[in-house]
Every structure is written in C-alpha cells, then in structure tokens.
Design a binder for this molecule. Structure first.
Ligand SMILES: Nc1nc2c(ncn2[C@@H]2O[C@H](COP(=O)(O)OP(=O)(O)OP(=O)(O)O)[C@@H](O)[C@H]2O)c(=O)[nH]1
Ligand SMILES: [Mg+2]
Length: 306
C-alpha cells in the first residue's frame, strides 16, 4: 500500500462523514447563507474548531465565484490544496532525528492515549530508516506497562532498558540515555506513565526525568513529544496546555485517527498551538504510524482521490 493509500484508509471514517455532508451540500441548487452555514457546521462537526471552519467557509464562498457548483470535486481539491499549504509548516522531518549524535526522546501523555504503542511503532519506523534504537521503560508503576514495552522491543528488535516495578522512573530514563550515549545509539525513546496532569506528585516525577537526562547531556532530552488521542476531541487541547507547563513540547503525535470520525481535531490543534505534528497513528499495528504529511492528510480528510 502506498503512503497516500494509508492516509486514505486510516482517515476513512472522518472522510466518509465529511464527504456525505459535502454531497448533500453540493446537491443544493444555489449557495446561499443557509448552505454556507451548513458547510461551516459540517467542518465543526469534524472537531476542526470554529476558527478553521470559518476560514474554510470563506474559501468555499470565494471559490464558487469562478467554479460551477457541479464541479464539486474541483472545489474539494482547491480546499484540500489550501488546507495543505496551511498545514505544511507543521510537518516535521522524522528522518533527521538522531542523524548526528544520540537523540533522547521523552514520550508523554495522559493514560491510554497510545504512548507505549507509539514507541513500538516509532522504533519500527526508525529501524526501517537505518537508525539504531533503544527503548527505556520508565513507566515503572505497572508491571504490565514494562511487559508491554518488552513485547514491542522483541517485535521490532530493539534493545530495552528496564527495571523492577516501582523502581525510580528517572533512574530508568537516566540509564537509557547513558546506554544510548555510550553505545552511540541514534535514538532513545523513553516511555512514561500515563499520568493525570492534576496529580502534582506525578508531574514532579516527570520533571525529575527531564532533569536527570540533562545531567548526562545538556541537550537531553532532544525532544519531548506529547501523544494525544484524537477520539478525546477538544479535551486534547487542554492536555497540550497542561503538559506545556511542565516542559516545552517539541512536537505532537496524534493517535487513533482510524477510530474516529473527527479527524478535523488535527486542524484545531495545529491552529491553536503552532507545534509540529511529528506523526499520526492510524491503527494498532507496527506499520500504522505515518510521519505527518500535510498534502496527504488534507486530501484524505476531504476525500480527494489524487
Ligand atoms: N485504533 C487505534 N488504537 C490505538 C492506536 N494507538 C494506540 N492504540 C490502542 O490504544 C490502547 C492504549 O494504548 P497504549 O499504548 O497502551 O497507551 P498508553 O498511553 O501507553 O497507556 P498507559 O500506559 O496506560 O498510560 C491500546 O489498546 C492500543 O492498541 C491507534 O493509532 N489506533
Ligand atoms: Mg503505556
């Protein structure tokens, strides 16, 4: 399957909801305010947020001046192109990570968003791109969490640094970064516990992880990435705010885009936080992670074929 096909099948649910709505809108005889209103509502229903919906509505209104309405494929293409241009600045080139010295990447996020699964998939992605990888099992609060990361390490054949349950998460993070530096491993991916932002002690734990990494090398962690579950909708926006208070985030990964009809959340997040989207998760398997590509994402979301 080509990369664009992966975006299309991953975003299938979001796209089919939108294209059904578009079909209905494009079946109208003329574009009046109520049709424009319907268009805006449709975009909002995909979780894209009011600002994005208003911008797209304006674009749509302008396009109709020189485009016949029955050219609806053409209109969607124009909208997708416009969206892609806006989103282009949020792409991040994953293949540059760890290409000179060891890069330490802390993966954060509230519980259940898909951190551990994402680390497994990233491990596979980096290995496929000729990078050496080590995992650090710094979610030491649950034995199952350590085991889950071990399963991924075995599956994608990378080293893992782990310790006993309830051991100090910061110490596991330290050992992982130390191992990466000593053995010239390109990328260390550190798993963390799914913690609630309102539990201060857990947040302190998080800060401790970051501080001990800096003791090995001031540049560590090179990345602090927040994982967001697309199915949580607008609440994902609060999570970015909360985690940004602990440490500057260097990027976001949005998971479960395959299991929601609200793929527009990506637009709302980009618009609000101006942070790169490192990758998107569109399934539970090792190959179900893609670096974010603005063009493919926009076309797949709006159901544009090529
Ligand atoms: N459909 C779908 N499911 C996903 C995706 N990413 C993760 N999951 C599933 O989401 C569930 C939670 O994933 P985990 O990786 O355990 O999440 P976590 O953030 O590590 O969770 P905690 O360690 O409990 O904080 C699992 O059942 C994963 O298979 C995705 O992109 N799509
Ligand atoms: Mg986990």
């Amino acid at each position: 399957m080509g990369i664009f096909d992966k975006f299309k099948s991953g975003l299938g649910m979001s796209s089919s909801d939108l294209t059904d709505g578009f079909k209905n809108i494009f079946s109208k005889k003329k574009i009046d305010d109520s049709v424009l209103e319907e268009f805006e509502e449709l975009i909002i229903s995909s979780d894209a947020g009011v600002d994005v919906a208003k911008e797209l509505r304006k674009d749509f209104e302008n396009f109709k001046i020189d485009k016949k309405l029955d050219d609806h494929r053409e209109i969607l293409k124009l909208l997708a192109d416009k969206m892609a241009i806006e989103l282009l600045k949020y792409e991040k080139d994953l293949t540059l990570m760890g290409n000179a010295n060891s890069s330490v990447i802390v993966i954060s996020g509230v519980n259940g968003v898909g951190k551990t699964t994402t680390i497994g998939k990233l491990g596979k992605y980096f290995k496929d791109n000729n990078r050496s990888v080590v995992f650090g099992a710094a979610d030491t609060f649950r034995a199952a969490a350590i085991d889950q990361l071990q399963v991924w390490a075995t599956k994608v054949r990378v080293d893992i640094i782990k310790s006993e349950i309830n051991s100090d998460p910061a110490s596991v993070a330290y050992k992982t970064a130390e191992f990466a530096k000593k053995n010239q491993i390109d990328i260390a991916l550190i798993d963390t516990a799914g913690r609630l932002q309102n539990k201060k002690n857990l947040m302190e734990e998080y800060k401790k992880i970051i501080n001990v990494l800096k003791k090995i090398d001031e540049k560590f962690p090179n990345e602090v990435i927040l994982v967001l579950d697309a199915t949580t909708g607008q609440n994902a926006l609060n999570q970015v705010e909360e985690f940004s208070k602990i440490h500057d985030l260097t990027g976001l990964i949005i998971t479960k885009l395959d299991s929601t009809a609200k793929g527009g959340i990506v637009l709302a997040i980009c618009k609000k936080f101006n942070l790169p989207i490192v990758a998107i998760g569109m399934g539970e398997k090792e190959d179900d992670l893609q670096p974010f590509k603005a063009e493919y994402f926009s076309k797949a979301l709006l159901g544009v074929d090529s």
